[in-house]
Write a protein that binds this ligand. Structure first.
Ligand SMILES: Nc1ncnc2c1ncn2[C@@H]1O[C@H](COP(=O)(O)OP(=O)(O)OP(=O)(O)O)[C@@H](O)[C@H]1O
Ligand SMILES: [Mg+2]
Length: 329
């Protein structure tokens, strides 16, 4: 792995203006609100957090599928925050998306051959029909499908096979970076491991980097080199996976981990139950946005001052005033 990050965001914000109910005033949903992160070549950064915390918005913003409100995005060392669509086009090849619902993201009227072939055509990667055919065949094989399945339509495939088609389409343009947004959560549990292992194999073989978004903390631990935990539009903790899973410092991360099932019942965790619901992103609490749900929150501190993300041990960052005091799980 090289030292220079492949993808880097600095203080990235994506806000949405919304109508608060029928007659009420407009409001601002700060879906992503000051995210600084990096993904290195060949690395998987796992992204976790409860529903609505901004994971998908962040994933789509770094690919410039949603316009950022503020901050910067760098890809391969280049600032792409404000590139025009035509300047983005050649970069699109190198940054692709794998979707949660492969069925919704595949055109039902197109044969698999053409779904994958279209990606080649858009970027002029198939100079001749025979080369095009050969590449489609190789891509289908690479994701575990048979070349004779190329003339079929998406509905003729199972969920797992459809996800393989979606992966083949993303790979067709030879990307270096993939945002995988809940790539297995729509699949049968029995199929999930196959797709996760396919993504891991492809990473090893092709040196791909992933931003891997998932609710499933176990899967994220399995696939990620580093993990970022999001809460209400911000990264509240980020660390190498091993450090995050054994020595989480943010009370929110600790609560998420203690809610996740533990495979080995001997390894009981200190249970921290998440109290209450996620606050409305239209009216986030002052201070640390997690303080109303936090068992450790200190009055006069956590409800007043927003904690910055700081390095609590090498490569391990947490945005919590009390991160150093947190008892070990
Ligand atoms: N186009 C939009 N317009 C207005 N609000 C939006 C839009 N897209 C997302 N949001 C809001 O931004 C916040 C973050 O949404 P996002 O989909 O990024 O969360 P998420 O972490 O991916 O959730 P999930 O785990 O359910 O997929 C939510 O409050 C959501 O309602
Ligand atoms: Mg999402």
């Amino acid at each position: 792995m090289s030292d220079a990050p492949l993808l880097e965001t600095r203080d990235l914000r994506t806000w949405f203006e919304v109508q608060r109910g029928l007659f009420a005033k407009r409001g601002t949903v700060k879906a992503v609100d000051g995210v600084t992160l990096s993904v290195n070549p060949g690395e998987t950064l796992g992204l976790v957090g409860e529903s609505g915390c901004g994971k998908s918005t962040l994933g789509r913003t770094v690919l410039r599928l949603i316009e950022p409100t503020a901050g910067t995005i760098r890809f391969e060392g280049r600032d792409i925050t404000a590139l025009s669509p035509s300047a983005m086009r050649p970069l699109r090849r190198r940054m692709q998306m794998i979707f949660q619902d492969p069925y919704a993201s595949l055109n039902p009227r197109m044969r698999v051959r053409d779904i994958v072939g279209e990606a080649l055509d858009i970027h002029g990667l198939a100079p001749s029909p025979s080369e095009r055919e050969g590449r489609i065949e190789a891509l289908l094989k690479r994701v575990g499908l048979r070349p004779d399945q190329a003339p079929r339509y998406p509905h003729e495939f199972s969920g797992g096979q459809r996800q393989r088609v979606g992966i083949a389409r993303a790979l067709a343009v030879e990307p270096r970076f993939l945002v995988a947004d809940e790539p297995i959560s729509a699949l049968d549990v029995s199929i999930q491991a196959q797709i996760v292992n396919l993504l891991k194999d492809l990473q090893e073989e092709l040196g791909l980097a992933y931003l891997f978004v998932s609710h499933d903390l176990k899967v994220v631990e399995y696939v990620s080199h580093r993990v970022a935990v999001m809460y209400l539009g911000r990264v509240v903790e980020t660390a190498p996976a091993a450090s995050l899973y054994t020595d989480a410092r943010h009370p929110y991360t600790r609560a998420l981990l203690s809610a996740a099932p533990v495979a080995d019942p001997e390894k009981k965790r200190l249970r921290i139950v998440l109290q209450g619901d996620v606050p409305s992103p239209l009216a986030p609490p002052p201070g640390c946005t997690f303080h109303p749900r936090c068992v450790l929150a200190k009055k006069g501190l956590c409800d007043v001052t927003a904690p910055a993300l700081r390095e609590v041990k090498p490569q391990h960052f947490a945005a919590c005033h009390l991160a150093d005091d947190a008892p070990s799980a």
